[in-house]
Design a protein around this ligand. Sequence first.
Ligand code: ZN
Length: 326
Amino acid sequence: MATRRFVGIDLGGTNIKGGVVDEDRCVLSHLSIPTEAEHGPDPVIELMAELVDRVIDQAGLSKTDIEAVGIGSPGSMSHTRGIIIKPPNLPGWENVPLRDRIKDKTGLPTTLENDANAAAWGEFWAGAGRGTRHMVMFTLGTGVGGGIITDGRLLRGHFDNGAELGHTIIQPGGRPCGCGQKGCLEAYASASYTARRATEAVQAGESSSLADVLAQQDELTSEDVVNAAVQGDALATRIFDETCHYLAVACVNMQHATNPERIVLAGGMIAAGEDALLKPIREKAAEMTWQAADDLPEIMFASLGNDAGFIGAAGAAWLAREEGEI
Ligand SMILES: [Zn+2]
C-alpha cells in the first residue's frame, strides 16, 4: 500500500506555514508565507488554499496523492463545527467556517484543530512524545499554551476548550490574567509575564543589573531576565526561579490529573536552555511531588521547534482519518 500523505497548515497571526508530511512522519515539503491578516479572512483563506497547492507541488506530488488537510488555527475555535470563533490576533475573523472553506477550495477532506493542540499533537506524533501514549505539553511564549494526549487521543473536552493549561489557577487571588481570572499559570510563567514581573520589581526600586537594561529599552524580555540570572543578578535569579517554581507546580498538577509519561516544554522560552529552565523545574517537581507513588513524568524539551504547528496539523489530518471523522 502506498504511503499516505497529509498537508498541514499552521495559521498564525504573522505567518502561515505549511507542508506535506507522510504517515511515517517524514516532512516532504515546507513553506512559510506572510499572513497579511490585516486584509481580513477572504484573502487569507485564498492564500491558505494556494499554499496547499504549492507544498503539494514542491513535494513533487499531485492532489490525488494527498489523503487530507489539517489546519491549526489560533484563538477560540470549534473543532467539531470547523469554525474559527474569534481569534485575538486575526482581526475581522468572526465565526469563519474555515474547515469547509478550505475543503471546498482544495477538494480535500479537511480538519480544523486549535493551534496549541495541533502543536502538542505534532510533538506526540512526530517529536519529543513519540512512542508514548500519554503526554502533556506546555508552550511557553507570550502566553502559556497547553495540550494533553491521553491514551493516544487528543483531549478536547465538551466545549473544545480542554487543555487550556495556561489558565489553570496556581495562585488563588493572584495576578490578574488577560483572560479575566486571577492567578493563572500564564500570569506568572509565560515569557511575557516573567519579563513583566522583573520589570515591576525594577520599577519598584529593587536594585538589579536589569535597571540599566530597562533604561535603554521600553520593556524587559524573558531573555534579559535569563541572561541577568546567568550572570548572577539576584533579582533576575529570584524572578526566573519563581517562573520555574510555578512551572514545576503545573507539572505536578498534571502528573496527578492525567498521569502522563512525559511532560514536554515548548515555545520561545525553552531557548533559556537545560541548565536555566529544565533542571530547576525537574528538581522542584521532584521535591514537591507526593510520596504515594513513583510516577513523576519525565520533563523534557520539545524537539520540533517552529515546525510543530504544521507537522501537528498534518498529524491532526491523519488522526481525523484514523478516527473516521473526515
Ligand atoms: Zn488566564
